[in-house]
Write a protein that binds this ligand. Structure first.
Ligand SMILES: [Zn+2]
Length: 344
């Protein structure tokens, strides 16, 4: 088969295997290490998405059996090995995981190689072509949609005097602005602004407005908007990965829990916070119009999970346990990012 087609097929097919494997590994390690911090959990869970890009770098073309015109299926039994390794000896001295196939002569191959050897190359070609045709269609749709939505992004300054001193300091430090708009259905953040919908703001009292701001500035400070955008774009490009939407849901939940918890640091009473979540989810007339922004709540959202995540979270008692967990989790994440999961 044509080398370019073989590379494209490898990239598409292996991305699916890699993504699912990375998600399972992260889930296992979050459980083993008992990571409770929502921000850390969020960072760990976005890794499979960024690895999709990073894998371009991880492919070892010089050791690829196919390029060396070796058919792994012709190798005798015992000379092909399945490697499941967690090691520390690559040229960058970074930890890495290696799940894949290797021949006695050190050449590597992938599941995609095995499939393409046993399936007619026309089928492989049709598969790759359909992936790209659908992708172009999705890109076209997205461009039209975002263009249309962006023209609706109009807001005015919201002159609100914040009483909470901690919150006020944060807002000054990060130069955050308050805005108001009648095009929005839920409060949200956009670039460096917290935006309130006109339909909601009059029903909120002073403490509730500050509760909303405390959540939204967390998204701005941690640049969640940018990460969200990158993930949406990657999710569109890799539309064919099964289960990725479920994973995005998990990521979004963790991100929202993290920002809900941030309100505690801003001295917001958790009871007031839960009440305002509930209130806005009821006040909302419909779900957010801007799918590229992260709404404060969804219409008629079940607040129970968010409330219990906020009220039941207990930070670790000792700073050193937090530190050790963070180091171990970083070790796992680096191993996955630099690792080879089912690629040649
Ligand atoms: Zn949020």
């Amino acid at each position: 088969m044509n080398t370019i087609l073989q590379i494209v097929f490898n990239f598409l097919f292996n991305s699916i295997l890699m993504f699912i494997t990375a998600c399972v590994l992260i889930e296992i390690f979050l459980f083993i290490l008992r990571i409770k911090n929502y921000r850390f959990r969020y960072f760990a869970r976005i890794v499979p998405f960024f690895k999709l890009l990073f894998d371009f770098y991880n492919y070892g073309f010089s050791n690829w059996a196919f390029k060396n015109e070796i058919d792994p299926q012709l190798f005798e039994k015992g000379k092909r090995m399945l490697v499941l390794l967690w090691g520390y000896a690559n040229e960058l001295f970074l930890p890495y995981m290696h799940f894949g196939f290797i021949l006695k002569n050190k050449k590597t191959f992938s599941f995609a190689d095995l499939i393409s050897q046993s399936v007619n190359s026309k089928i492989i070609f049709i598969f790759c072509l359909s992936v790209f045709i659908i992708l172009f269609y999705l890109i076209y749709q997205k461009i039209l949609y975002v263009k249309n939505q962006k023209s609706n992004l109009v807001f005015e300054d919201y002159n609100y005097k914040i009483q909470n001193q901690i919150l006020l300091n944060k807002i000054k430090k990060y130069k955050i602005k308050l805005k108001i708009s009648d095009k929005f259905t839920s409060p949200c953040s956009y670039k460096k602004a917290v935006i309130f919908p006109k339909t909601v703001v009059n029903d909120l009292d002073e403490l509730e407005i500050e509760a909303v701001i405390s959540h939204e500035i967390c998204h701005i400070i941690f640049k969640d908007g940018i990460t969200f955008k990158i993930i949406s774009i990657l999710s569109m490009f890799f539309w064919f990965i099964p289960g990725k939407n479920l994973w995005i849901k998990k990521i979004s939940n963790e991100r929202e829990y993290a920002c809900d918890f941030y309100s505690k640091k801003m001295n917001i009473d958790p009871v007031i916070f839960v009440n305002v979540l509930k209130k806005i989810s009821i006040l909302q007339t419909k779900n957010a119009d801007f799918t590229f922004l992260m709404p404060f709540t969804l219409k008629n959202e079940q607040i129970v999970k968010r409330a219990s995540a906020l009220l039941n979270y207990e930070p670790p008692k000792y700073i050193w346990t937090k530190f050790i967990k963070m180091v171990l989790l970083s070790f796992v994440i680096i191993s996955i990012i630099f690792g080879k999961l089912w690629i040649f």
